[in-house]
Design a protein around this ligand. Sequence first.
Ligand code: ATP
Length: 359
Amino acid sequence: MGKRQGAAELTAVGIGKTFGDFHALRDISLTIGSGEFLTLLGPSGSGKSTFLMILAGFEEATSGTLKKDGVDITRVPAEKRAFGMVFQGYALFPHMTVEQNIAFPLQVQGRAPGEIKILVDDMIDRVGLRGHEKKRPAGLSGGQQQRVALARALVFEPAVLLLDEPFSALDKNLRVSMQEEVRRLHQELGTTFVFVTHDQSEALALSTRIGIFNHGHLQQLDTPKQVYERPANRFVAEFLGDVNILPLSEAQATGHGGEAVFEGRPIRLIAPGEAVTKQFAIRPEHMVLSEKAPDDGNMLQAEIEGVTYLGSETRFALKTLGGTPIVLQMPTREVSAGFEPGRMVWAGWPATQGFFVGS
Ligand code: ATP
């Protein structure tokens, strides 16, 4: 245990993919850093699996180039790339035991039996399958089967691990514990991980960076914090979570952000480099409800229309004086007893929160 594996850098330049006259991917250029945990996120049909298949070598790009550590691998077949893979439907061998399943890639490579034993043993410990070595997949839980799949994909020390929605069939609790497992394996091994999901919270929790796909285009590639708090466009903003969009009557850039007017009230944003547009966006949980006007920051007066108790959080449906609907979410322990439908309140947020979006 404790040994770190190799990692490779992958670079895609202008990757396109058509199926007949349908464009599944358009001009995708990105670099996946050595040892990074990069997630490809997007709605169904956005092209993320197709891109992963091109990285794996199972699909050929219609245009563009792919490089591994600077070497062109665009035409290198999948088996020569030797990336680890955990795909949906990339099933375990049902007639083999756990250790036979994990040993399989090493046997294909013709490794010596002594070496195979050491590597398989190490993986069994790493993924927490000690005691289950002699079982067959049918005798394992869904989570244990996924651990075998992970061990089999990592045992031959690939420089890149590709994962396509590996946990989509698991229930929520198991999914969360497998996410933690994958994150730990990534940290321990240092291998480059490329992970496909359509689950926003999974992407935000796991990744060093997230690439967001829509209609075959890469919309933004950045850290979880940046894509959530500084989305490149309205699609990214709305795909990553609920967001209030406030139409502005005036908006201009200042040296360090922007100043705008919404329903006659000033809105100020401190965010250097922000491109100012005629729409201001603010996430529900970045606003706080209060009975009196806050002393500083941005604020709007609004009427409570609905209250939804969500356990640790409470969600409010508000309507501004100008009639714009707003959603606000805050910790339940901070909710005052008087916050009930019909009440006029103040929704406030600091000048460092929010962003301008294009249409
Ligand atoms: P999902 O989460 O549903 O898998 P995705 O973002 O991974 O979605 P892809 O599987 O990459 O999307 O598919 C992108 C588009 O390309 C889809 O519209 C799909 O129907 C189409 N597509 C993928 N593979 C083929 C194929 N072999 N032949 C024709 N069209 C295909």
